[in-house]
Design a protein around this ligand. Structure first.
Ligand code: GLU
Length: 468
């Protein structure tokens, strides 16, 4: 292709951005990035009634955080009304647009008539023979030229439709703002967009768009239609109720932007292998529209957690330390960096997102209240008499006391203890873990004890023994 690759993200500022919108932006950005092309941001703010204050800024904050940077824009459609009027005039001049002469009541009557006759309602069946010049106060309608179309979609493949769906849609509303159907074609042309990459909800209107491209005698861009993201069950489109949340909530909860990008890119796309974890530069290299699936991908938040966890594990400890600042439990504030870094090193393996940090690490910084339920509901430990558990803990305490509390010596002592007592790790190690942490989960035992230190560990075991 000789044309420069140029893609766009064209959100309407009608609320917060969630995974669906951002994935569309990401795909468009990746296509531009990998072809040395350009990516632009266009805010489609032509429906004033639906506009939500702060939304345009929010969209930019989300893209910024994810590193989806735009080369041009943001353009605001509300500031381009003159351009739409110019294009509208061209259609008026060529006889392809007319002032809508009907009142809403009249249109309602047409609709009722169509229902009675069991026919679909189409404006073009009521097209007036003659219309007054358009004064900008009534809607301006397209004079369509219904015909069948075939076209290629970069994701959906070869598509075609009959003439029936093409209608005289509104180009400019009576408030002076253009409709999406009109404005996006004008802008995509003005902005020299090579690839229109957008969601499935626009597919049904493609015949109308193609008819308008023809009326303007424009070359079509490439089209790529991205299927919906489905809920976890795969039976309907993902909605806010199914967990489609504000992208910036992921930032607050401590997800890595590169992990979210990885997750979004692999929501409906794969590189033909089983690989699921990709760096941004790998995505730039490997992404392609023709490997985007034609049916909706399921949104599975556990997969996001897993991907985020694996990106966290891949970080250098010092980098991770910098990033989790602000997520430590309150009790950590008086502890020094080297202690916190050791703690972090232990939990890095299992940390899925940063907001989990307090729950996973609090016991390293403070004595948690004794929680008898940890034993009484434990699958193995609940079968033991308290005397037996006491006895085991006493043996553990005595043996740990003889070590220098390095992780290696602790591990050795624990292994010896397994042999001496004949107990399974699920029993012995769980018991020691509960006694020393009072937490439902914690990192690997020997390392945790070593970081907690001899004094604290032994005191905590002692307290548990007294309370059994
Ligand atoms: N403004 C449309 C939306 O937010 C954009 C569709 C497109 O990308 O063309 O859904």
């Amino acid at each position: 292709m000789n044309q420069k690759i140029k893609t766009r993200f064209a959100p309407s500022p009608t609320g917060f951005l969630h995974v669906g919108g951002v994935r569309t932006a990401l795909f468009a950005w990746l296509v531009a990035q990998q072809n040395n092309g350009e990516f632009i941001l266009r805010i489609e703010d032509t429906d004033q009634a639906r506009e939500v204050e702060g939304s345009a800024q929010h969209i930019q904050d989300c893209l910024d955080w994810l590193g989806i940077n735009w080369d041009e824009g943001p353009f605001y459609q509300s500031q381009r009304l003159d351009i739409y009027k110019e294009y509208a005039q061209k259609l008026i001049d060529s006889g392809r647009a007319y002032a809508d002469p009907y009142t809403p009541q009249q249109v309602q009557e047409f609709r009722e008539q169509a229902i009675k006759e069991k026919k679909p309602f189409l404006y073009r069946n009521h097209r007036p023979d003659k219309t007054a010049a358009w004064d900008g106060k009534s809607p301006l309608r397209f004079r369509s030229d219904p015909k069948a179309y075939s076209w290629k979609d970069e994701i959906m493949g070869d598509l075609s439709t009959g003439a029936e769906v093409i209608d005289d849609f509104i180009l400019i509303k009576s408030d002076g703002f253009p409709t999406y159907n009109f404005a996006h074609i004008v802008d995509d042309n003005e902005m020299k967009i090579s690839h229109v990459i957008r969601g499935q909800e626009f597919l049904a209107s493609m015949p109308n768009y193609l008819n308008l491209y023809e009326a303007f005698d424009l070359n079509r861009p490439y089209f790529a239609t991205i299927p919906h993201i489905m809920n976890e069950q795969g039976n309907k489109k993902l909605s806010k109720r199914d967990g489609a949340k504000d992208i910036l909530d992921y930032k607050k909860e401590g997800y890595l932007p590169e992990a979210l990008v990885n997750f979004l890119a692999t929501l409906g796309w794969n590189d033909g292998t089983e690989q699921e974890v990709f760096s941004i530069s790998e995505l730039k290299e490997k992404f392609s529209l023709d490997r985007v699936g034609r049916s909706g991908a399921r949104f599975d938040e556990r997969r996001l957690l897993w991907i985020n966890g694996s990106h966290i594990r891949g970080l250098k400890l010092e980098d991770l330390y910098q990033k989790v600042e602000g997520y430590w439990p309150e009790e950590a504030k008086d502890h020094d960096k080297s202690y916190k870094k050791q703690v972090l090193g232990l939990v890095q393996e299992r940390l899925k997102y940063f907001a989990e940090l307090p729950e996973l690490t609090r016991f390293f910084f403070t004595d948690l209240a004794l929680n008898p339920e940890l034993i009484s509901t434990h699958k193995q430990l609940k079968k033991y008499e308290s005397g037996q558990l006491k006895d085991l803990l006493q043996k553990a305490k005595a043996s740990l006391e003889t070590t220098d509390f390095s992780a290696e010596q602790i591990q050795e002592a624990l292994n010896k203890l397994l042999q001496e007592t004949g107990e399974k790790p699920a029993v012995l190690f769980s018991l020691i873990r509960i006694a020393t942490t009072q937490a439902p989960a914690s990192p690997e035992l020997a390392g945790s004890l070593s970081v907690l230190g001899k004094e604290t560990s032994l005191i905590r075991i002692g307290t548990q023994i007294e309370r059994l």
